[in-house]
Design a protein around this ligand. Structure first.
Ligand code: ADP
Length: 422
């Protein structure tokens, strides 16, 4: 029998693209995954147990304004131009390393420094992310670094997958690159980005097996053309094949079922660790859980709620979105308020979230109705989220659907009991 050491290690080059990645920029779970999966794969490659595959994974994200305002030790890695509406858009790629992982930031006029990561302007976002997707591919060419796998994520980087499928036969550079599309949240198709794709020369897939209404949308085009599709959990991989969760693409996705897998997301337990977390009043583990109480009291004090260990402290940490069932909590609290006796019972609720302006307003109005028990913080605040996971007793997750969900994993890591829909 061959000794495994006798074999040469195969090298696998992976270009990992995402719209957001912690710690640089994070809006939701995609940021967590893009910030922790590439380092996890790199660690796997470096582990002693792995003698077969050497993984050279590199992360590329847009040089969002939020990143530009930070002081990262970046330097220029490449300059090139991207064709756009008959002109050339000059692009610069900056780079740095984070714990051995190469990170690249795409910078150019279509990624404006004052724009949020995601906006309600589908054309502006379409232009930004189509540009990002194509520039990320060109970056690989400029660096003369031929990826074996192009791993795009959600609609924002799906145009890269479509582009490679269209040009592979004529473009030697990507001829051997396989494309993988991660689906973190199917309903975000990139609707309205059709004109943006067109502006970069990516035509709709007319006459393809996609439903007609989706033939110019980034995510469906990626789903049509990816060599493989990976959903963020085995359950979600099945759910998207059903009419209930398939957002009208279920029939098409069933025709691709053999190319779809589900791999359960995870969290980086070294970054989410109550034993070492600098954000906490008191650090603790499952062995000394009583220390957690100090974090609860600190949270109550911080929010000017009654400092009472007995009072169940509920929390939500979420995008304020219909998907997340925030309206269900608002309605449930309203019911409590009119149920005799409940307004005076022991319970407190802190909601940390931002997103839909109507829900932001509704949450704010709710707090005014019961200021002794309710608090709302309408912003994105990573440090506060850590304090909430460490101090609240229970986390409410009444999501209408969850492709995977990370908040329940984080909550469990911090000994905060998640209460979720089945
Ligand atoms: P989704 O990706 O659908 O938003 P997940 O549960 O997968 O939901 O991930 C949400 C992530 O975003 C978690 O890390 C959560 O702590 C974080 N998060 C959501 N809203 C906020 C906020 N307002 N401030 C800080 N962190 C937030």
């Amino acid at each position: 029998m061959d000794n495994i050491d006798d074999h040469k290690r195969t090298s696998l080059k992976i270009l990992f693209m995402a719209a957001e990645a912690a710690p640089f920029v994070k809006v939701g779970g995609l940021g967590d995954v893009a910030g922790s999966l590439p380092p996890a794969l790199l660690a796997l490659s470096n582990s002693n147990n792995n003698r077969q595959v050497e993984i050279d994974i590199r992360l590329v994200i847009p040089f969002h304004g939020d990143i530009q305002h930070q002081d990262y030790p970046i330097h220029s890695a490449a300059k090139f131009s991207i064709p756009y509406r008959g002109e050339m858009v000059s692009t610069e790629v900056f780079t740095m390393e984070l714990d051995g992982l190469p990170i690249y930031f795409i910078s150019g006029p279509l990624i404006p420094p004052d724009a949020p990561v995601y906006s309600s302007n589908s054309l502006a976002d379409g232009l930004k992310y189509t540009y990002f997707s194509l520039a990320a591919l060109e970056m690989a060419r400029a660096l003369k670094w031929q990826p074996d796998i192009i791993h795009a994520n959600d609609w924002h980087s799906a145009p890269s997958v479509y582009k490679v499928s269209l040009t592979r036969t004529k473009d030697d550079f990507f001829a051997d690159s396989a494309t993988l599309l991660g689906v973190h949240n199917l309903p975000y198709l990139g609707a309205g980005a059709g004109p943006a794709l067109n502006a970069f020369g990516l035509r709709p897939a007319l006459g393809s097996s996609l439903p007609w209404w989706s033939q110019d949308m980034p995510l469906p085009l990626g789903l049509l053309s990816a060599d493989h599709i990976v959903a963020v959990s085995p359950t979600y991989a099945k759910e998207i094949l059903s009419p209930e969760f398939g957002v009208g693409l279920d029939g098409f996705l069933r025709s691709r079922a053999e190319s779809i897998s589900g791999i359960l997301n995870g969290i980086d337990t070294s970054k989410w660790d109550p034993e070492t977390d600098d954000h906490l009043e008191a650090r603790y583990s499952s062995k000394n859980l009583d220390l957690r109480t100090q974090n609860k009291l600190r949270l109550q004090r911080e929010f000017d709620l009654e400092e009472d260990i007995q009072s169940p402290l509920l929390a939500m940490v979420t995008r304020l979105d219909y998907q997340k069932g925030v309206d269900l909590v608002i309605e449930a609290v309203r019911q409590l308020l009119i149920t005799p006796g409940y307004a005076s019972k022991l319970w407190q609720l802190i909601i940390l979230g931002t997103g839909d302006p109507t829900l932001e307003e509704a949450v704010g109005a709710l707090v005014e109705n019961l200021p002794s028990k309710l608090r709302a913080v309408i912003r994105f605040d990573a440090a506060l989220s850590h304090r909430i996971y460490a101090g609240a007793d229970m986390l409410l997750i009444p999501s209408r659907y969850e492709p995977c969900g990370l908040t329940q994993m984080i909550a469990m890591r911090y000994g905060c009991v998640p209460i979720a829909r089945s």
